[in-house]
Design a protein around this ligand. Sequence first.
Ligand code: T1G
Length: 663
Amino acid sequence: MAEVVQCSVHEGVAVVSINHPPVNALAWQVRDSLLTALECAEMDSEVRAILIAGAGKTFPAGADIAEFDMPRKEPWLPQICTQIEMCRKPVVAELHGTVLGGGFELALACHYRIGLRSTRVGLPEVKLGLIPGAGGTQRTPRLVGAKVALDMILSGRMLPLDQAPYRIFADRLVVEPEDLRAAALEFCHEAVSKGPRPSCERREGFADPVATQLELTKRAADEADGPENARREAVAAVEAAFLLPFDAGCAFEEAAFADLVASDQSKALRHAFFAERRAAKVAQSVDPHPSQIKTLAILGGGMLASQLAVAALNAGLAVRWGIADSDRRIAAWTDVEDSLEDAVSAGDLTKQVANDALKRLICGTMPDMIKNADFVIRAAEGLQRSDMAEDVVCAIAVAENVDQIGLRFARPAHLSRLVEVIEGPRARPDQLESAIALVKRLGKQPVHVRSSGETIGGRMMAALHRAADALVDLGASPYDIDDALTKWGLELPPFLQRDATGLRIVGRVERREGGMNWSAVLAQAGRTGRASRQGFYSYLGDAATPVHDDKALTLFDKHRADTNGVKKTDIVPLILGAMVNEGARLVDEHVAACASDIDVVMMTGHQFPRWRGGPMKAAELHGLFRVARTMQGANHPDKALWVPHPRLAALVRNGEGIEALTN
Ligand code: T1G
């Protein structure tokens, strides 16, 4: 394997190049070799300046996230940053690509930075339930002040190095990639006369008085107050940058980082990071490769087709929209125009981007629109197969009989991230790969489902609702169930969700094994949901505020046998247990490839809190043995809910985590 850090000396400049594809993550072997290279360069009398660079597509994009689940191995990144900052010779960072997290902190520890104009920088640790752990919360405020530092750390966004206020992070920018190394070497020679410039001693960020900075951190603390611990810790660490000496601030940061990296929230978010990438993998040989898909033909004139057209235009594709009815074509064009205008009004798009997108849209007859398209999607029920070329994939509005490939978009299709890629019984492997590639090209999250129409999300949400109704059978109040799940982090708990959908519809489609279909019971009693101001809840005032309703509780008591009730503390484990059971069934039936795919579906398409990692990971973090014990205490006729599935029972028996639940 090539050296992960290569060092060569050019006219007195030691070029230390990190070569650890694909993103030069600062894994232990990189850190160890980097420290050795830096120590050697500092002692080498031939060397007057040091240049740190990244080979391939980017300067290091951060620490190696996978390492956080393993015992910590020295040298740790803060040590390397200190070695750089205290180096007696000037150290310059040569930036390109996506300089993120620990990579950005490594660059900040360097005395100078020269970058490609297209470079993006950022501190995305909060997305992993962490804070910058290598001096980022202390050096960044010193360079740009509290406001910008807090925005970077709390948003986790990637930011353009060539635009204010981020421009301050680079002492010089270079336009063309081929000029970067020469410019960096030249800059190094200039730096020899300037000497080292440790950022920990810099105070530009303190242009405003400390009191003003602290006022900003207090305001940020109020905004950061929520379920995610990392956000609170990040504000405290930035505050420390203004109140404590540099080393004490770094010690505060390191202690907070150590707590967060061991937290369930961070474990869940790190699980989400890898789970999404695992679900979205396509073979490099896939044809067409995502990068080759430039023109998409969409057939059908319905709402789904319209949302798909907007999603494709937003992803930068040209769209050839085939609609049979000529009147519908005109209306459809207006739908897209209105949708783009809404995005401009909401500040999601600039007017220019929206206009450019519209220029990439053509509407016409289906046969014409299929010509010259890289990919064709059938986005309407009922179109005859004779209209289509053989290898057309279908974007389906509802789970329907899929014999080749069906794309099930979480709704609305132009805004949601999730697309379940349904592999029907007659699908070819290349069609599946191409469909996943298309979904990635649309900037959405694909998850592979093997079925003739059902979806992972549909089955998991049905399990959640079946369990919720079964808990009411056992004596629990719907209000306690919704309350427990809301406190746990679910944005829209089951009974509020059903009131919003309408209980007549829900009552008709739900199936209950040996328990009550409570939606149907309420609908029959004239309580049909939020629209009628009465459902599981009553809805008061113009805002239709949901309130508990004793009349509904009386209805439940009328229809259920005496029960010994359900402990409130058992509600979440029992809901999770029923969902993990269904997840085990989905994997065992080969509908889902693995447990982490199920979590991706629930996080990206069904509003499960990302900092819980999805129902499967959440159950593991709660403790699968603990969940199984709680399940055994629930005696309900619907055995599929709480009798542990054999695959789940095996995980518990073997003391395994959900990563063992895979095909
Ligand atoms: N660690 C380990 N693997 C990583 C990784 C990382 N930081 N970043 C990417 N990968 C893997 C990824 O799993 C995938 O693997 C492959 O690289 C390509 O990724 C101490 C604590 C850089 C914008 O959060 O945002 O530093 O699936 O598909 O679309 O304070 O990767 O091929 O096997 O996403 O071109 C902070 C996370 C870490 C950056 C490139 N850094 N990465 O996007 O490729 S914590 C991050 C990204 C930290 C310090 C703290 C993106 C990207 P595989 P990809 P991409």
